[in-house]
Design a protein around this ligand. Structure first.
Ligand SMILES: *Cc1c(COP(=O)(O)O)cnc(C)c1O
Length: 469
């Protein structure tokens, strides 16, 4: 079959859309969606759209997904802006100077929310998400540690850097350590301490520690780690002649919650020891995936050798990123939200998520079958486990039962040394209304009652699922 339509001489004007010239399959042509290799011929665009759209119906419903932290609803105006910017390459500062300017404004706005010393001249950038942001933050910590060792006449061939963090960190920190040859010093949980606290952080550091990571808040149960206490304990360690260890805050979720709902909580650049903070614009920044942000306290904390210069209106613009090309859409959408909502708008959205989380955890906590681990008063995220009363089923069985009804509520065990603790977790996001929470609670009670009736029979499957944080 010819690639072009019947015209013997294809036109060559610059506006010719080669897609439009592609021949459709003849009626009756055998047709199947490609599975493992390209099929030979094009299909009409409407057909391609319809078939792919139908296939995607098999994905779960985002509104019933209480597992993800990632934004699943934006205003149509935001979506329109995003589609209008999908062709703008973020890295091409020369061609899209206004997109670059909007990114710069977002960096300043976030630096201001986090009390950086000089928000109008902030050091930071957008990324594809918190994972990339954490890689960049970790690299800066590592380079600064290396420079210090060199300055002290130390031997980098024999000293191995380590990063201290709670075992509850998100998997991106394990990745950082593996990709960049840093020893992950994961502090295990003990009893009710299911997070990194000040004494355990101080006990784990030494002169090869490039930094400590504190999480605001944990993906396991939505709790904020005590950043100010960890910071004060590291201050004391340094004052007493111990190593002077910088602190990074992983604010993937909390970086966009605490500034609005907990303005008096000191977890950010108000603490002099905090050198960098990341957040996921696509979590409580309320933007569709993928956008993240990383901000350093000041220029000094981002080693110059990590910065590359790209051409920008005939001049140079410094950039720091792992990827090169990236769409401008998400950064523009972040700016849309900042502009559209303002401080009180963000506060209202986040407060409503926290209210729903608290109301729902309150009702769950009253059930005799459950015990709350957290209630959603930090991140609007809470975890709960079964009480001693429950013997015939477990959280994994309940998670599967809810899944059968379309609700995604992950069940998982805590890491070392609390592998005995198995929980369910609920993430309340913008769009999960009080009405939806009522509906969810009704379904949860029905699932519990059916499990209670069937307890002990082989209809109740239990045992861990493969959930990953
Ligand atoms: C989600 C999350 C990450 C990873 O963020 P992405 O934006 O998904 O790359 C890192 N740390 C914490 C605490 C998170 O919640």
């Amino acid at each position: 079959m010819a690639l072009h339509s019947g015209a013997s001489k294809p036109t060559r004007t610059p506006h010719t859309n080669p897609f439009a010239l592609l021949a459709a399959p003849a009626v009756g042509d055998a047709f199947a969606v490609p599975q493992h290799a390209l099929h030979d011929n094009p299909v009409p665009p409407d057909m391609a759209y319809q078939l792919i759209k139908e296939e995607l119906l098999l994905d779960g419903s985002a509104r019933l997904n209480l597992a993800t932290f990632v934004t699943t609803w934006m205003e149509p105006q935001a979506l329109q802006l995003m589609s209008e910017c999908a062709d703008k390459n973020m890295i091409d500062k020369d061609e899209y100077p206004q997109t670059a300017e909007i990114e710069r404004r977002c960096v300043s706005i976030i630096a201001d929310l986090w009390h950086a010393p000089n928000p109008e001249d902030a050091t930071g950038c957008s990324t594809t998400g918190s994972s990339e942001a954490c890689m960049l933050a970790g690299l800066a910590l590592k380079r600064r540690w290396e420079a210090k060792v060199r300055a002290e006449g130390g031997d980098l061939t024999v000293r191995k850097p380590n990063l201290v963090m709670g075992i509850n960190v998100q998997v991106c920190w394990d990745k950082f350590c593996r990709y960049w040859d840093v020893e992950p010093r994961l502090v295990p949980m003990e009893g009710d301490r299911v997070y990194l606290d000040a004494p355990s952080a101080v006990a784990a550091v030494d002169e090869n520690t490039i930094g400590v990571v504190a999480i605001l808040g944990s993906t396991f149960d939505g709790r904020y780690e005590p950043v100010a206490e960890i910071s004060a304990a590291l201050d004391k360690l340094a004052a007493d002649g111990g190593p002077d260890i910088p602190l990074h805050v992983d604010g993937a979720s909390g970086g966009m919650i605490a500034p609005f709902l907990d303005p008096d909580l000191e977890w950010d650049f108000r603490l002099p020891r905090v050198v960098s903070i990341n957040t996921s614009g696509h979590k409580y920044g309320l933007v569709y995936p993928g956008v993240g942000w990383i901000i350093w306290r000041d220029k000094e904390h981002l080693p110059e050798e990590l910065v590359f210069n790209v051409n920008y209106l005939g001049g140079n613009m410094p950039t720091f990123a792992l990827n090169f090309s990236r769409p401008g859409s998400e950064v523009i959408a972040q700016y849309y939200n900042f502009f559209r909502l303002g401080r009180s708008g963000y506060t209202a959205v986040q407060q409503s998520s926290r209210n729903v989380a608290l109301a729902l955890s309150g009702k769950i906590g009253e059930r005799p079958e459950f015990r709350l681990i957290t209630k959603g008063d930090e991140l609007p995220v809470f975890a709960f486990t079964t009480s001693e009363k429950v013997t015939g089923w477990d959280v994994f069985a309940l998670s599967r039962r809810m899944r059968e009804r379309g609700w995604q509520v992950p069940a998982y065990t805590f890491p070392a040394n609390r592998e005995d603790l198995a929980v369910l977790r609920v993430v309340v996001r913008n769009g999960f209304s009080m009405d939806l929470a009522e509906l969810f609670f009704g379904e949860l009670v029905a699932a519990v009652e059916s499990l209670n009736e069937e307890a002990g029979s082989d209809k109740v499957l239990s045992g861990p699922t493969g959930f990953r944080h």
